[in-house]
Design a protein around this ligand. Sequence first.
Ligand SMILES: Cc1ncc(COP(=O)(O)O)c(C=O)c1O
Length: 389
Amino acid sequence: MKPDTKLITLGRPRPERESTINHPVHRASTIVSPDVDSYIHRNQGGRRQDRVSYGASGTRNSRELGHAIADLEGGAGAVVTGTGLSAVTMAIAAFVAAGDHVLVTDSVYGPTRRFCSEVLGRYGVETTYYDPAIGAGIEALMRDNTRMVFLEAPGSLTFEMQDVPAIAAVARARGAIVAMDNTWATPLFFRPLDHGVDISIQAGTKYIAGHSDLVIGLITCATDEQFQRVADTANAYGDVASPDDCWLALRGLRTMGVRLRRQQATALEVTRWLASRPEVHRVLYPALESDPGHALWKRDFGGASSLFGLALATTDEAAVARMVDGLELFRIGSSWGGYECLIAFNHMPVPRDVVPWTEKPFMLRLHLGLEDPEDIIADLAAGLGRLAG
Ligand SMILES: Cc1ncc(COP(=O)(O)O)c(C=O)c1O
């Protein structure tokens, strides 16, 4: 079945005598058993991905969403978590122990970095950040105790691509688990597990939910054993997503294909236009031919979402504030993946150990929604006009 058809059919009720198109929301703390014997054995038998026994370890709604994402990512199972960040932290916590070492891309999402440096550090797990462009050169950083290699492509804020198959091949040969934050591409545009990755992470908050009204995370595992381990860890930490948010995320999935393709077309048009403007220093977007990560993106990815970096020529912060504050279609905010345009202002460099981005003192991050690209360009053109004062 093609991915677009899967988006429509996965996680839906089987037709019965009377049934609805969508599952209802199963709000639950308690899930009761019909008798003592089934209560005693409620956590045994059948697939873990299907069982429900208590609201804090998932409901029918999280199971349906998990099945759908696992199928789209090509994995054995997917654990649903409360936020995208907790999907990252649970995926890491599931596999590391005191004395272990993890390798994390220097371009990783900031809060992932904070978790590795601060929390893992306190628990006796050491993190080394590596150049996202390292490729097979990661071999030189692998230690006997390297338990996990963590990737994110393109990188947060700076949009560096990574040679996923090359890094994954080295890591796996050395017995490390390979995990990747795949939020930017979604499983529609990149399937990490097909490229040697063990664990693919989605902040479902972004394109999956698609409407900027919930937070949720997903961890897809290549094997059943890994799934059990991640599910046990999330359960031990008490990390769960509400049935309502699972239901909304599954609803978002139905339209993700059309949204993403429209947003991709808009992003290509708008980024090409921006790159041609004299006020622009650089557009950071791997789908652009001029981007340093373009060859890798073209080789491995099936498409591009609509989040990119914009470095302006000017270093005048007040002028950029004038530009951004006057935009009509862009709200100022830090998430992305919804149906609407968003813009964020970031002082640079953000914390990096290996490759700090120092070309300009600040950078804009734009997310393009489903508005007409002509209107978006007109809004941005007026904004660039305000830079001159
Ligand atoms: C790449 C990436 N991963 C993970 C997350 C975390 O998602 P959430 O906000 O749902 O915790 C974000 C949020 O911005 C993100 O950009």
